[in-house]
Design a protein around this ligand. Sequence first.
Ligand code: OAD
Length: 232
Amino acid sequence: MEKIVILTGAGISAESGLSTFRDEGGLWAQHRIEDVATPEGFARDPALVQGFYNARRVQASKVQPNAAHEALARLQRDWPGDVVIVTQNVDSLHEAGGAKDVIHMHGTLAGALCSACGHRWTAPPEMAVGESCPACARPTARPDVVWFGEMPYFMDEIYDHLASASLFAAIGTSGQVYPAAAFVHEAQAAGARTIEINLEPSPGTSGFDERLVGKATQTVPRWVGHLLAPHT
Ligand code: OAD
């Protein structure tokens, strides 16, 4: 049975009320990446970085999944083959919408990570600077999110999925950040058909076979309905 691999980005959560990064007024218009999303920024000013992620964690706890998250969960449930969701998002809206086994390649706001021993645990709503690790007791707690200059999580698993995909979809992502931006080429090399679903054609979309333009809450349910029609 056909395997579908889906990559999602901030655009899928935009209509739930979470900011994207590169749209006008997005997070990277308000904060410098070097300050809040690099290990060097954290070493320089941990209070600024913890504050940035604390605010995002609070905001993420207040929002609800939208019709696009729910449609992908329906696709996972009703598609006769595998549907693998890989997300660059650190929110938990896919899970809240009913999706299973979501691969969070950039980590999650719900997690804390010890930068000394690598232990992981559930993040409190507000992480304090110098909070100690429950395993090694050193004051080295940080958000379990992947920063620029760090290796995203689950890469071997993701490349294995891409190598066996029949259909690859990128939803709500600008395709500016690697390695996720190159997944379309990996999937194509494996013989998959590729589709981009986004508010606007993203700069790197020449690589896609097909493109659906519009708001995720409209385009994604329509796309899922189309895929599932022969199976219902
Ligand atoms: P971006 O902010 O770069 O791109 C979001 C994309 O979603 C844009 O192409 C928008 O046009 C599109 N979009 C906005 N609203 C939409 C809607 N309602 N429906 C559909 N599409 C919509 O976000 P990402 O591509 O996710 O990484 O960013 C990738 C990574 O860069 C993030 O994971 C983060 C960031 O720096 C790290 O922090 C490591």
